[in-house]
Design a binder for this molecule. Structure first.
Ligand code: UGA
Length: 448
C-alpha cells in the first residue's frame, strides 16, 4: 500500500519506518529540510533503540522522506497525520493538526481517487470528527465518508521500546467514517497477523488512548499514596505490602501447571518518586480539562496529578529526617531521565528534586548514562557537577538520591560499602535492597 506520513517526530517516524519494514511503500513528510535530508541519509533525527538500523534497511527502497506534501499525497492512498498536540495548560493545542488537515484537504480537491486521512496524533474525544473532518471537507470541497475517509488510529508506543511496541502491538485500534475507510485500514494492518484489532468509532478510538494512559498513571499514583501512608504509619514496608497485593490471582494468574504469571502491569503498582515523560502527565491533564469542560469533575484524575506533583519532594522529606539543613551538603543525584532507556527529561521527577536541592543550598553532583546534555539544557541556572560515572558522582557525597532505575545502578551497594563514611542512600524507586547498605531510606518505608 502507498502511504504518506505527515510529521517525522517520534510517532510519525517510528510508524513510517515500521510500516515500510512491514512491506508498505511510505513517504515521510516534514517541513524541516534538514530533518528530511538526515532521514534520507539513513540517520534518525531522534534517538530510539533499533530505529537507525530499520531506517537504513528501508530508506531509498520502500521508504523516502520529502518536504513536498503535494507529491506525497498524490502518490499515496492514505495519509497519516502524526504531528504534535501539546497541552497548553487548559486544552490540547490542535493548531498543528489543523494546519496539516487544511493542507491535505486542499490537495484532495484535485485528487480523483478515494483518499483516507488517518489521525494518529493523540487528540481528545471528538477532535477527529468535529475539528479535523470539517477542515478536510471545507478545504477539499468534498464529502467525508463518500469522497474521502477519515480514521482515528491511536498509537501505544513506549519510548525506548517503540520499535518492538509497533512491530508486536498489544492491540490495534481504529475508527472510521465509512465502510471504505475500514477496508483501507484493514488492508493497512493486514500485515499484522494475530493481533487483536478493534474497529470502532473515531470518538471511541480517541477515548481508548486517553483511558489507557489514565489507568496506568492512576495505578502509579495509587501505589505512591499507599507507599506514603506506609511510611507515615511506620513499621510497614510498601514493597512487602505490594508483594502481597500482587499475589491476587486476578493480578498474577496461576496457570494450570501451577506456574505463577507475573504480568508487566504489576510494576505499575510499585511505589516510587512519580511518573513523568511526554505522555502520562500531558494526557491526564488534557482529559481532566476536557471532562471539566463537559461538566464532569474528574476527581480521581485530578488527585492522580496532584499526588504526582508532590511525590518527587518525598525524597526531600526523607533527607530532612537525617539533616537539619542541606546547606553545603554534597548530594549525588543518580538518574535524570524520566525513565531508563532514554535521554528524555520531559516532566522528569529529577527536575523538581534538583531544583529543591539547589534551593536548599546543597552542592549537587549528578550522573545519568545518557541524559547529561538534556540536563544541561534543563538546568542552565543550576551549578551541577556532571560526573562521567556513577562512582565519580557519589565520591565524597553526604547523601545519594536515586531517581531513575538504570540497570547499572544495581551495583551501587558495592560502591557505597567501600566508602568511609558511608553516605545516606535515598532510594526513589525502591531499586536497591534496603539491607544492602548501612544507611538507607526509601519511598514507602519508615526506618526509625
Ligand atoms: C506511556 C505508555 O506506557 C504507552 O503505552 C503510551 O503509548 C505512551 O505513554 C504514549 O502515550 O505515547 P512512556 O511515556 O514512554 O509510555 O513511558 P512508561 O514506560 O509508561 O513510563 C511513564 C512514566 O511512568 C515514567 O516516568 C516511569 O518512570 C513512570 N513509572 C512507570 C512509574 O513511576 N512506575 C511504574 O511502575 C511504571
Amino acid at each position: 500500500m502507498d502511504i504518506s506520513v505527515v510529521g517525522t517526530g517520534y510517532v510519525g517516524l517510528v510508524s513510517g519506518v515500521c510500516l515500510a519494514d512491514k512491506g508498505h511503500r511510505v513517504i515521510c513528510v516534514d517541513l524541516d529540510e534538514a530533518k528530511v535530508a538526515q532521514i534520507n541519509a539513513g540517520q534518525s533525527p531522534i534517538h530510539e533503540d533499533g530505529l537507525d538500523a530499520l531506517l537504513q534497511a528501508n530508506i531509498g527502497s520502500r521508504l523516502t522522506a520529502t518536504t513536498d506534501l503535494a507529491d506525497a499525497v498524490s502518490k499515496s492512498t492514505l495519509t497519516i497525520i502524526a504531528v504534535g498536540t501539546p497541552f497548553d495548560g487548559s486544552a490540547i493545542d490542535t493548531s498543528y493538526i489543523e494546519a496539516a488537515a487544511k493542507a491535505i484537504g486542499t490537495l484532495l480537491r484535485d485528487k480523483e481517487s478515494f483518499h483516507t486521512v488517518v489521525v494518529k496524533s493523540t487528540v481528545v474525544p471528538s477532535t477527529t470528527d468535529e475539528v479535523v473532518l470539517p477542515i478536510l471537507e471545507q478545504a477539499s470541497g468534498k464529502r467525508a465518508g463518500h469522497d474521502f475517509g477519515v480514521s482515528m488510529n491511536p498509537e501505544f508506543l513506549r519510548e525506548g521500546s517503540a520499535i518492538g511496541d509497533f512491530m508486536e502491538p498489544d492491540r490495534i485500534v481504529y475508527g472510521g467514517t465509512d465502510e471504505q475507510t475500514f477496508t483501507v485500514l484493514n488492508e493497512l494492518y493486514s500485515v499484522f497477523a494475530n493481533v487483536d484489532k478493534i474497529r470502532t468509532t473515531n470518538k471511541t478510538a480517541e477515548m481508548i488512548k486517553y483511558t489507557a494512559n489514565s489507568l496506568l498513571a492512576t495505578l502509579i499514583s495509587f501505589s505512591n499514596e499507599m507507599g506514603n501512608l506506609c511510611a507515615g504509619l511506620g513499621g510497614i514496608d510498601v514493597v512487602d505490602v505490594m508483594k502481597g497485593v500482587h499475589l491476587d490471582k486476578r493480578l498474577s494468574p496461576v496457570l494450570e501447571n501451577g506456574e505463577r504469571v507475573v504480568p508487566a502491569i504489576t510494576t505499575f503498582i510499585e511505589a516510587g518518586c512519580g511518573f513523568g515523560g511526554s505522555c502520562f502527565p500531558k494526557d491526564v491533564k488534557a482529559l481532566i480539562s476536557h471532562g471539566q469542560k463537559a461538566g464532569h469533575e474528574m476527581n480521581i484524575l485530578q488527585s492522580v496529578i496532584d499526588l504526582n506533583h508532590a511525590q518527587p519532594l518525598q525524597l526531600l522529606s526523607l533527607l530532612g529526617k537525617h539533616f537539619d539543613s542541606l546547606q553545603g551538603l554534597k548530594i549525588a543525584v543518580l538518574g535524570l531521565a524520566f525513565k531508563p532507556g532514554t535521554d528524555d527529561m520531559r516532566e522528569s521527577p529529577a527536575i523538581p528534586i534538583v531544583r529543591a536541592l539547589h534551593k536548599e543550598g546543597a552542592e549537587i553532583s549528578a550522573y545519568d548514562p545518557v541524559a547529561t546534555d538534556e540536563a544541561r539544557k534543563e538546568f542552565p541556572d543550576v551549578p551541577i557537577q556532571y560526573a562521567a560515572s556513577m562512582s565519580a558522582a557519589v565520591q565524597g557525597a553526604d547523601a545519594i538520591v536515586l531517581i531513575t532505575t538504570w540497570d547499572e545502578f544495581a551495583s551501587l551497594p558495592d560502591i557505597i560499602n567501600n566508602m568511609e563514611p558511608a553516605p545516606l542512600l535515598i532510594d526513589g524507586r525502591r531499586m536497591i535492597d534496603k539491607n544492602s547498605v548501612p544507611r538507607y531510606e526509601g519511598i514507602g518505608l519508615s526506618l526509625s
